[in-house]
Design a protein around this ligand. Structure first.
Ligand SMILES: [Zn+2]
Length: 305
């Protein structure tokens, strides 16, 4: 996801991103009528001729199913802590998030999405483990290097090979992602073939690298602005990954996936002891997490379903 539709930067930021053509070389202006498919980075690109949404059909909820698989049953979450995270409370904050988001009324929004057999996403997430990676691919990661980080963790046996999972590459604030972290997106998700299996993974950088672009507030509810910002971005990518893991399931005609439609909107907030805003409590922690699109009742952004 990238930070758009937030504060007053939104319109110019969207125009700049759509004009840049940084992905697919065919990124269209927002007023185009042509259907787009998702890139996983929060904006659409032109579908290849002959591959344009073969199963796509509009429904009444503002988002459409395009025939691809969803992640069904319990979704496993793995973290790869890339770079230097020593002494950072992010590990506790984000492990707690992955351990408590399943079963919440927030994640339950994803149960409004289903596949061609009418099988719906489950409100079940399991935090399945983590591994450190001390700069194996340096401090400037390309998209393919991110997949390399995931591949290395699996092929070395540090993490299991799991096709019902999302692997998050979480980078410390001294690490860049050179395809556009902080300028085009704050995180993204995609999939790739690793050891012969379709593996879903996501990049989420530490937004302390660029607070004005990727943090909703500079004091987070858990006292760690970077990790609190990542909690919102991880949640966004996770809900997109379960409803559109291979970028061919649920998205709208602009190529926006469920969470993209509500990016950087939070609904009703409250203030916690340190002055930060929050909008939900998961287990013992408060978080400020962007809303997600409910695929029911005409479609709407919400923090619960
Ligand atoms: Zn997104």
């Amino acid at each position: 996801m990238r930070k758009v539709a937030f504060k007053t930067l939104a319109a110019s930021a969207v125009a700049a991103i759509f004009a840049s053509g940084a992905y697919g070389g065919a990124v269209l202006a927002p007023d185009s009528d042509e259907e787009l498919r998702p890139t996983g980075k929060g904006w659409g690109e032109r579908a290849q001729p002959g591959h344009a949404n073969p199963h796509g059909s509009p429904n009444t909820n503002g988002i459409s199913y395009h025939g691809g698989p969803l992640i069904l049953g319990t979704t496993n979450v793995y973290y790869i802590w890339y770079g230097n995270w020593s002494g950072n409370t992010a590990n506790n904050i984000l492990t707690d998030l992955a351990s408590s988001i399943g079963g919440s009324s927030y994640f339950n929004i994803n149960t409004s999405y289903y596949d061609g057999n009418n099988m719906s996403v489950s409100n079940s997430v399991h935090y399945a483990g983590s591994t450190p990676d001390s700069y194996s691919h340096g401090t400037a990661l390309s998209d393919s290097a991110v997949q390399g980080v995931v591949s290395d963790a699996i092929t070395s046996g540090r993490l299991p090979k799991d096709t019902n999972a999302v692997y998050f590459v979480l980078t410390s604030s001294d690490v860049n992602e050179t395809s556009g972290f902080c300028t085009q997106y704050c995180g993204w998700h995609t999939h790739g073939t690793i050891s012969g299996s379709d593996i879903k993974y996501s990049f989420v950088g530490n937004p302390d690298r660029c607070p004005s672009a990727c943090e909703a507030q500079t004091t987070g509810p858990n006292g760690n602005a970077g990790a609190d910002g990542m909690a919102s971005i991880i949640s966004h990518e996770l809900e997109e990954a379960v409803t559109d893991p291979d970028l061919n399931a649920w998205y709208d005609r602009r190529g926006e996936e469920n969470a993209d439609k509500c990016a950087w909107t939070f609904g009703t907030t409250y203030t916690v002891a340190n002055g930060a805003l929050a909008n939900m409590k998961l287990a013992s922690r408060d978080y400020l997490i962007q809303r997600n699109w409910v695929n029911a009742s005409g479609g709407y952004c919400s923090v619960s379903y």
